[in-house]
Design a protein around this ligand. Sequence first.
Ligand code: ADP
Length: 210
Amino acid sequence: MVHTPPSRPFTVGLTGGIGSGKSAAADLFVTHGASLVDTDAIAHALTAAGGAAMPAIRTQFGDAIIAADGSLDRAAMRAHVFARDEARQQLEAILHPMIRDESARQCAAARGSYVILAVPLLIESGSYRSRCDRICVVDCPPELQVARVRSRSGLEEAQIRTIMAAQASRGQRLAAADDIIDNSGSLEHLRLQVAALHARYASLAARPPG
Ligand code: ADP
């Protein structure tokens, strides 16, 4: 018997710089019936108490980066990998393959009319790009990213700018986009754009392949 692998659902890669509004846009797509596969949420689950990545992380880095409840102590881990490229690479070598596998599993199991695959560093990653039928970039001016992240998390502007500098540039993201959501306006403006894109994605997803 010939085994046919499960066909991948129509997949929209959703990305954008920190604070651009990816999560806000993703939540709106879900209200229209899209399935959301969120690599940040997967990373979080893998490093929660009892998470599948925790045994390998404990073996690699020791008990000092494990919180009392058994989850990853994020502050301790950040301090440990800060300015230690090798440690960062070791952590990524544990987490990245697990995130790739789990996100592929969730995409294949998704039951929505199409999948929104939310990946902060999508543009930087060939393996995620190759899984997407379209790339949708949430865009806003850098000053707004800083203001939104500050009010969301209380991070200092310098810390936010450091994170932004490590991500693809605004120009690189826009050049890779099939669709661009302009999130420089109100949440209502965002909602209208997501509604229009949802209609497009639902119709593309319903088209027979080929
Ligand atoms: P990301 O997931 O890209 O880091 P978020 O979706 O978390 O960004 O948005 C960053 C912050 O800005 C959140 O607090 C969110 O509620 C807020 N936000 C997003 N879009 C808008 C908007 N159009 N108007 C006002 N606040 C917004």
